[in-house]
Design a protein around this ligand. Structure first.
Ligand code: GLU
Length: 423
């Protein structure tokens, strides 16, 4: 494992990625000689984002856009607004995008952006000003053929609409393909908002079938009931699973017979979190990790499954809706305990897959029906699960390592064929 001068020893997320790369290299034969390309991002941009607040004062925010790899196509990946965003995190998230687009065989590299800000602390006008200024600061490195942002934690389709408008103003014409996850009236795709949660559900069902775990009656615990966890929980409940425990930043709720997800999602339209919901009892945040469950869906932030939690968790199957929720040492324990983990780069890839469909539709100015989008999405997700499953059986490794083998072979073959400039 090598590290970069601008990354510190405690920068866990990026170190986790480096370790994942070390683990895949024994499986890469002669492609291994190109692997250092993945150990450093192609391009890192740090920007100062000054904005005029509603009270007339000026505040500065730190923003980032990291293009980890552009080997297989333009950069692709979301923009995160969160108070803990830093360079280490954005680098790791961009690298996971490189792996994700390659596992899916989408014609993209990997990128990610972020601003260190709590979006809930800003007024709607301040949020818009922040987004527009951040966009103008990164405008010279993004574009439909260069790098295409999308929503992530703390951003949504309105934010994408402002990015599209700001970028277009600079170009002098409307450029819909510069971002994905836009509102449908601005060239967005049907099905994009629900795509990540839907992908978690489809990949989860496909793996559950392979390990003979019936969804009907399965007990499921979910961490994070946002865009991803909410839709996944809704679909699993519709299929007959019992959502017994839910945790978010406000607390943990539990109901042995199942929490009514549509009711809870309705409640969350106006509430800050799950804590005050009446259709379940409150349990402690620690107890969440040892409740009875067949399936666990981490759908919040990275670094949630620690060694201790991995030792005690009762799930047979873990579906990583979030990016990077499992520490590397915890991952080993889950493997030893025969707990199947569908890794983030597969499990939550429904979002970037429909982003790809959106980008294609924008290029062609020809839009598909939601049914067509979901059919294509489901087919691709089932296919990727099969590919990763077969690779894992062939090499007797975890699904994560199998996904990395598939992805790294594609990326490094492209690298090899392109050659190094100047030769
Ligand atoms: N932020 C999402 C992810 O982590 C979506 C990225 C995209 O659509 O480009 O996969």
């Amino acid at each position: 494992m090598t590290n970069l001068s601008y990354i510190q020893q405690h920068d866990k997320a990026w170190l986790t990625f480096l370790e994942q790369i070390d683990r895949v290299s024994p499986f890469l034969e002669d492609l291994k000689e190109h692997i250092d390309i993945l150990r450093r991002p192609k391009r890192v941009l740090i920007v100062d984002v000054p904005i005029v607040m509603d009270d007339g004062s000026i505040r500065h925010f730190e923003g980032y856009r990291v293009q980890h790899s552009l080997t297989r196509g333009p950069g692709k990946g979301g923009i995160r607004y969160h108070p803990n965003v830093d360079l280490n995190e954005v680098m790791a998230l961009s690298a996971w995008m490189t792996i994700k687009t390659a596992v899916l065989n989408l014609p993209f590299g990997g990128a990610k952006g972020g601003v260190r800000v709590d979006p809930k602390s800003l007024s709607p006008r301040e949020l818009e000003r922040l987004t527009r200024r951040y966009t103008s600061e990164i405008a010279h490195i993004i574009g439909p053929q260069k790098d295409i942002p999308a929503p992530d934690v703390g951003t949504n389709q309105n934010v994408m609409g402002w990015i599209m408008d700001t970028y277009s103003s600079g170009q002098g014409h409307t450029v819909t393909g510069v971002v994905t996850g836009k509102p449908v009236h601005l060239g967005g795709s049907l099905g994009r908002i629900k795509a990540t949660g839907r992908g978690v559900y489809i990949t989860g069902c496909a793996i559950a079938k392979k390990i003979n775990l019936p969804i009907l009656g399965a007990k499921i615990a979910v961490q994070g009931l946002g865009n991803v966890g909410g839709e996944a929980a809704r679909l699993f409940q519709e299929a007959g699973a019992i959502i017994t425990s839910i945790q978010d930043h406000t607390g943990t709720i539990h109901h042995p017979e199942g929490i009514d997800i549509p009711k809870l999602l309705d409640y969350l339209q106006h509430a800050a979190g799950v804590a005050g919901f009446e259709g379940a009892q409150v349990i402690s945040n620690d107890d969440f990790w040892t409740t009875d469950m067949d399936i666990f869906i981490p759908a919040a932030l990275e670094g949630q499954i620690t060694v201790e939690r991995a030792q005690n968790i009762k799930a047979k199957l873990i579906l990583e809706g979030a990016n990077g929720p499992t520490y590397i040492e915890a991952d080993d324990i889950l493997t030893q305990r025969n707990i199947i983990v569908v890794p983030d780069v597969v499990c939550n890839s429904g979002g970037v897959t429909v982003s790809y469909f959106e980008w294609v539709q924008d290029m062609a100015s020809f839009f598909w029906s939601e049914e067509e989008i979901n059919q294509r999405l489901d087919k691709l997700m089932v296919q990727v699960v099969d590919d990763v499953w077969n690779m894992a059986n062939q090499h007797l490794c975890s699904l994560r390592t199998a996904a990395y083998i598939l992805a790294c072979r594609r990326i490094l073959t492209a690298r090899k064929e392109r050659g190094v400039f100047p030769g």
